[in-house]
Design a protein around this ligand. Structure first.
Ligand code: ADP
Ligand code: MG
Length: 228
């Protein structure tokens, strides 16, 4: 716990554990989504990666959130095949680079991490908004969070607004025609299905919103403007 409206090392690790738990619970669901427009492995891929991440996280000395995220990223890259291994690996590597250093992080630091993660996904996968990918969840989540912070919203509310935007973005992938990844092989037939990666990305943002609301004292009542 941190008294300054920031997320501690342990709570940041709990965000990752919370996400891993959501992936494990929704493994079949994510795979089912991927069976409609891909090769039916998204839940399996993600769960394999995060089951490998958990013991690595427990073994770290602690303190540096960036280092923990970088460890998550490299573990995902080395254990997950398909598109989501390198993509989620990049998410956590870039998040880790942006937040590296000892001690807790503010919500502005968290936003910088998300920004860097999105830039990393785009560098790697060359997707744009509307291509029916995880970016269609993460970009609205980032934009809503940025807006909420500039409006001076407290962390819990700001992340709640970010999670709502993420959810809307995820649902908005349903009518889209995929232009990247395996789903793009289907062309027009990819329309009418929710994108699996956009769905797991919503779980990532939702886990963060739930974690901040649970962990950060005063998160419901004070602005997150950085105290560092
Ligand atoms: P694979 O497609 O190799 O089987 P997964 O099924 O694990 O990998 O992941 C598929 C998800 O990856 C898609 O639903 C999509 O959200 C995401 N994705 C695929 N290609 C890209 C890309 N170029 N940019 C961003 N996200 C992508
Ligand atoms: Mg797949």
């Amino acid at each position: 716990m941190d008294e300054t409206g920031r997320l501690s090392y342990d709570d940041a690790c709990d965000w990752i554990r919370r996400f891993a738990g959501e992936i494990a619970v929704n493994k079949e669901f994510l795979t089912e989504l991927d069976s409609a427009i891909g090769d039916a492995d998204h839940g399996i891929n993600m769960d394999r990666g995060f089951q490998a991440v958990l013991p690595k996280l427990d073994a770290l000395p602690g303190e540096d959130i960036g280092l923990a995220c970088k460890t998550v990223g490299s573990t995902l890259i080395s254990t997950v095949g398909g598109a989501s291994g390198p993509l989620y690996g990049t998410v956590f590597l870039q998040f880790g680079i942006a937040t590296s250093g000892p001690g807790p992080i503010s919500l502005s630091n968290w936003l910088a991490g998300l920004d860097a993660a999105i830039a990393g996904i785009q560098r790697l996968g060359k997707a744009e908004p509307g291509d029916k990918t995880m970016l269609d969840t993460l970009m609205p989540a980032r934009d809503a969070l940025k807006q909420a912070l500039s409006d001076g919203m407290n962390p819990a509310k700001a992340l709640l607004s970010s999670a709502s935007a993420a959810e809307a973005g995820m649902r908005a992938t349903i009518p889209l025609v995929a232009r990247k990844g395996r789903a793009s092989y289907l062309g027009e037939r990819s329309a009418g299905h929710q994108d699996p990666g956009a769905t797991s990305s919503y779980m990532l943002i939702k886990a963060a919103a739930d974690q901040w609301a649970t962990s950060v004292p005063g998160s419901n009542s004070r602005s997150s403007e950085r105290g560092d």
